[in-house]
Design a protein around this ligand. Structure first.
Ligand SMILES: NC(=O)c1ccc[n+]([C@@H]2O[C@H](COP(=O)([O-])OP(=O)(O)OC[C@H]3O[C@@H](n4cnc5c(N)ncnc54)[C@H](O)[C@@H]3O)[C@@H](O)[C@H]2O)c1
Length: 289
């Protein structure tokens, strides 16, 4: 498929996990890609994989700390110099950040978390939109948020608050940039099997990976496929939206009555007529195979 033919993209955090999977997907879809990441060794490996797939001339690596304005500006400049324009900025880099009880959280760890997860998105939006406006072709700014920014109980205090902040930024900046034909969209992954989560040992986290209703483990390519769609013209009327890609994890919700076949409402069928004085009708489904 060449749905991104002629497009130039930046992918932050593109040296690992869902960022790297998206880099490969963007290349396969015809884009040229600047990978921006702190990890130079993984960046070099990403370039080697792209080269082995025949995309060696379509990719560049920039060592970039997404929390530093000069680095972000330099990454945008690299895309312009190397490939002549900027159409897509995928602001995806991230870390787990501060964790632990609120009273045990150090201010510097809190600030680090917000610098990497929120200041980075502000800086990416600022410099990408400046370039896109200058070139006059419009563009797409895509952000990796998280379901942890949508509900409680999915991440640490700092991480969840930071992801909630970027979901708000996506909406507000989308409204500003719509008239410039710059779309601002987000992906909220559920549990995806990347080194951030499994640290090289996916088998240890099997329970987390299988918490959602959908039977398959979330691999990085499920994010790459949605990223490619959202950055393509097929999604031209979607802006300000953060799309959950979570195998139904949030649809399952707080699961007060159990999940799957253990959900109390799946064990019998009938109608509860409340306190009307009329009898409840119940059919036991347990004996049905
Ligand atoms: N894996 C999940 O289950 C999950 C769920 C929800 C959201 N996310 C988010 O997805 C995004 C990608 O994470 P992943 O799971 O692919 O993790 P990953 O660790 O595999 O990749 C993250 C990349 O970001 C880079 N990075 C970190 N800090 C940086 C900085 N300051 N400057 C530049 N690069 C930096 C890392 O070097 C790494 O290459 C993150 O924003 C993360 O919060 C992940």
């Amino acid at each position: 498929m060449t749905r991104l033919a002629g497009k130039v993209a930046i992918v932050t955090g593109g040296a690992s996990g869902m960022g790297r999977a998206t880099v490969m997907r963007f290349l396969a879809d015809g884009a040229k890609v600047v990978v921006a990441d702190l990890n130079e060794a993984n960046g070099a490996e990403t370039l080697a994989v792209a080269k082995a797939n025949g995309h060696g001339n379509d990719i560049a690596f920039v060592r970039c700390d997404v929390a530093k304005e000069a680095d972000v500006a330099a990454t945008v400049a690299e895309a312009e110099q190397r490939f002549g324009r900027l159409d897509i900025a995928y602001l995806n880099a991230g870390v787990g950040g501060a964790f632990g009880p609120i009273a045990e959280t150090a201010v510097e760890d809190w600030d680090y978390t917000f610098a990497v997860l929120v200041r980075s998105v502000f800086l990416g939006m600022k410099h990408a939109s400046l370039a896109m406006k200058k070139h006059g072709h419009g563009g797409v700014i895509l952000v990796t948020a998280s379901i942890a920014g949508m509900v409680g109980g999915a991440g640490s205090h700092a991480y969840s608050a930071a992801k909630a902040a970027v979901i708000s930024l996506i909406e507000n900046v989308a409204a500003e940039l719509g008239p410039e034909r710059i779309r601002v969209v987000g992906i909220a992954p559920g549990v995806i099997s990347t080194p951030l989560v499994h640290r090289g040992r996916p088998e240890k986290y099997e329970r987390q990976f299988q918490h959602q209703p959908w039977p398959d483990r979330g691999e990085p390519d499920v994010i790459a496929d949605v990223a490619s769609f959202l950055c393509s013209d097929d999604a031209r009327f979607i802006t300000g939206e953060t799309v959950k890609v979570d195998g139904g994890l949030l649809a399952q919700g707080i699961a007060l009555w159990g999940t799957g076949k253990e959900n109390m409402f799946m064990k019998s069928a009938g109608v509860n007529r409340g306190t009307t004085g009329e009898a409840m009708v119940v059919r036991n489904l347990r004996d049905k195979s």
